[in-house]
Design a protein around this ligand. Structure first.
Ligand code: CDP
Ligand code: MG
Length: 216
């Protein structure tokens, strides 16, 4: 599973997601914070390569760091997918992780493998191309991460949803919208460069512009 850039740059959100999953008693056997190279992003999402949203999705997942990890356990795939909730944030139930912390549509904080076969392929891919490694202290690293970030101020979900929704509703693609995204994505992004949170903001802004264009 991967906590996508919109989750990772909000340190509190990624800590809350990790906490929820660790509470389920799965074993965490690999854990790594990393920027995703475009080449890996394209391979990871190869199944979607003919879809209209593919180029955007590749830009999104590679915009800023992610947390890549491997969980092991009984029914872990279904368990994690259930915890995440529906793909589209506005369709995810309000007690699911995407329902609680997702921003809008496919800006949905996390990826999870959808079957044992895809999990096997994805783990091999992220091992070879992303340097993800099994490690006996993965769980300790995750607990340290949670401890460090769980109590940072706000998760900014409400504010970010508001910026995206309002901009789309009012066909507002002004630079003020981009400035608000840059501000909000940098607020709880300890250890992540301004360049990366700005890039993520641009990608979310591209999504807004496409939605506005679709309406006209
Ligand atoms: O991530 P999940 O397996 O739930 O959904 P998917 O259908 O495999 O799509 C992969 C990702 O593409 C989603 O998580 C969204 O981030 C994105 N997506 C999108 O932006 N717009 C769509 N119409 C469908 C998917
Ligand atoms: Mg999928």
């Amino acid at each position: 599973m991967i906590i996508k850039p919109d989750g990772t740059v909000r340190r509190r959100v990624s800590a809350l997601v990790l906490q929820t999953l660790l509470d389920k008693d799965y074993r965490l056997i690999a854990f790594k914070e990393m920027k995703v190279p475009k080449s890996l992003a394209k391979m990871h999402y190869a199944v979607h390569k003919e879809k209209p949203f593919f180029p955007w999705l590749v830009d999104f997942i590679s915009a800023a760091p992610v947390l890549a990890m491997v969980f092991e356990g009984d029914d872990v795939i279904q368990g994690i997918r259930d915890a995440l909730g529906a793909t589209f944030v506005q369709r995810a139930s309000s007690d699911s992780l995407r329902g609680k912390y997702g921003i809008w549509a496919g800006i949905n904080i996390a990826h999870a493998s959808d079957a044992p076969e895809t999990a096997t392929t994805e783990i091999a891919l992220w091992t070879e191309e992303g340097g993800l490694k099994e490690s006996s202290n993965a769980e300790d690293q995750a607990r340290e991460y949670i401890q460090r970030y769980i109590s940072s101020g706000s998760d900014f979900t409400f504010e970010l949803r508001n910026v995206v929704k309002t901009a789309i509703e009012h066909n507002d693609t002004s630079t003020q919208v981009l400035a608000s995204l840059k501000d909000l994505f940098s607020r709880d992004a300890e250890g992540i460069s301004k360049k990366d949170t700005d890039t993520l903001s641009e990608v979310v802004f591209d999504f807004i512009k496409e939605e506005v264009q679709k309406k006209s």
